[in-house]
Design a protein around this ligand. Structure first.
Ligand code: PRP
Length: 216
């Protein structure tokens, strides 16, 4: 567990960072020098008894599950893919997107089942596997860490399972959505032990955030 006097907050680099830091700042949870570009790995606000760590997106649930961070902000998609043992405390509503399967427009098949036994490139093999196996489809999963859309373009896979936000990446690469798999937004998560031991401060945060979100 982290220092009991402090709450350690894990924030992800990338798209979610600014929105998360801005939201927390509105309820006074911030620190001087809290920036995605900071080379400092732990940014501390002594008087507010807060520590922030900035991690790779996919690693936020890991830090929280092991108690290296008490709480964190991360997308529902990443939470489900990580399958970590954490509490999900609040839907923060921002970073709306959805996970879907897409294929090159000119290689579209008639039915979803027609893609059985083909290759799927994805950053989300666990969610993809659950989705296809529920439909009795066996697939070959190729794990990528970014630029997933490249997979079917260069013949690495027949399809992708990836996040769509505005749809620009799909459009610019002549890909078409076949089926939506899940919706996602940013969530506040907590370590199970921290939530009990630091209940008052974490619960106050949840209450303050709920108030702000209901006015937005
Ligand atoms: C995400 C996702 C898509 C893109 C979707 O990638 O994997 O590529 O955003 O957004 P759009 O619908 O608004 O175009 P990200 O930018 O996080 O980078 P990555 O490819 O390295 O995962």
């Amino acid at each position: 567990m982290t220092d009991e006097k402090f709450i350690t907050v894990a924030l992800p680099k990338g798209k979610l960072f600014n929105l998360s830091a801005e939201l927390l700042k509105k309820v006074g949870w911030t620190a001087d020098g809290l920036s995605e570009k900071s080379r400092k790995l732990v940014i501390t606000n002594e008087s507010a008894r807060l520590k922030f760590i900035i991690t790779k997106t996919a690693d936020v649930p890991t830090y929280v599950e092991h108690g290296a961070a008490d709480i964190g902000i991360i997308g529902k998609d990443v939470i489900d893919e990580s399958a970590k043992n954490i509490y999900e405390l609040l839907d923060l509503g921002f970073a709306k997107c959805h996970l879907m399967m897409a294929v090159p427009k000119d290689k579209k098949r008639l039915h979803l089942e027609d893609y059985s036994n083909t290759r799927v490139a994805t950053k989300f093999p666990r969610i993809a596997e659950r989705f296809f196996s529920e439909r009795g489809m066996q697939m070959e999963y190729i794990k990528l860490n970014g630029s997933i859309e490249l997979g079917p373009i260069v013949g690495l896979s027949e399809s992708i399972v990836d996040i769509v936000e505005t749809g620009t990446t799909l459009r610019e690469n002549n890909l078409e959505e076949i089926v939506s798999i899940m919706d996602s937004t940013a969530r506040l998560i907590a370590n199970r032990v921290s939530y009990k031991l630091k209940y008052q401060r974490i619960d106050n945060l949840v209450t303050s955030l709920k108030k702000i979100l209901s006015h937005e």
